[in-house]
Design a protein around this ligand. Structure first.
Ligand code: ATP
Length: 252
């Protein structure tokens, strides 16, 4: 039986002000509940623009986004209570500690008291950062900041978690910790929507993948079906090169 859809995107277009081109072009997608959906594409393909529209940070030029049967122009607050956002840029206060940052953002979702403190400790421990809880963010490495960014986005237990390149620029250890943590959240019921450059990571992690280039979705299917449907492809990288004509460096 098909899962019910939690995100429905129809005929989405985006053109930034004072530019001549659309950077998202006629994108229509349905994302079912409990999916791990990966949006893959080369630099400048439109991944950040599209995911920013889906989490309500940007307005589309035209088209429609429906999340849990709700639309941003009518029920923005209701949608925001049910989603979590982990942006590509660190959304953290550098001179506050990790714990202070997390508590500051979590309190905006109404988390407080003992429950909040227990959740903070549990997440910090799970992501290997409990010993750094009371250190200032300014002293953290890129991988540690990414993990705090992730806790900030998920502590209120969102039904959908949007992540823009959550593993970019981090070492293998941080990357594995992040991916394993996201898998656990997904097993507990969170739908994950993420963008990435990492084809091998996405192939192993995602239940469904859309490949975007020049603002257009070229393909959308399970990793296995994408590979099977592409002549001589043995992995997602082969599919990607066939569809976009580009080699996407699977860098750290
Ligand atoms: N604020 C903006 N104003 C004008 N053009 C923009 C703006 N933000 C992004 N763009 C352009 O829109 C296109 C898509 O950019 P976007 O950041 O969505 O791509 P991306 O796939 O996320 O790239 P990357 O992998 O490098 O992060 C690019 O050509 C970019 O230069």
């Amino acid at each position: 039986m098909m899962s019910k859809s939690v995100i429905e995107i129809s005929n989405l277009y985006k053109q930034y002000q004072h530019t001549n081109n659309f950077v998202v072009k006629d994108v229509s997608l349905v994302i079912p509940e409990k999916e791990i959906f990966g949006l893959l594409g080369p630099n400048g393909a439109g991944k950040t623009t599209l995911i920013s529209i889906l989490c309500g940070l940007l307005k589309p030029t035209s088209g429609n986004v429906v999340i849990f049967d709700k639309q941003y122009n009518k029920q923005q607050k209701e949608i925001h209570q049910q989603i979590g956002v982990v942006p590509q840029e660190y959304a953290l206060y550098p001179t506050l500690t990790a714990r202070e940052n997390i508590i500051y953002f979590a309190s905006m979702y109404g988390l407080k008291g003992k429950e909040l403190h227990q959740k903070v400790d549990k997440a910090l421990k799970r992501l290997g950062l409990l010993n750094f809880a009371d250190k200032k963010i300014v002293t953290f490495s890129g991988g540690m900041k990414r993990r705090i960014n992730l806790i900030v986005g998920m502590l209120h237990t969102p039904k959908i978690l949007f992540l823009d390149e959550p593993t970019v620029g981090v070492d293998v250890h941080s990357k594995n910790v992040i991916i394993e943590f996201l898998k656990e959240l997904n097993e507990k019921g969170t739908t994950i929507v993420y963008t990435s450059h990492h084809l091998t990571e996405a192939e192993n992690f995602c239940t469904d993948i859309a490949i975007i280039d020049h603002g257009e979705i070229f393909a959308h299917d399970t990793p296995k079906n994408l590979i099977n449907a592409t002549k001589n492809a043995s992995n997602l990288e082969d599919v990607f090169i066939e569809l976009t004509g580009k080699q996407l460096r699977d860098d750290v």
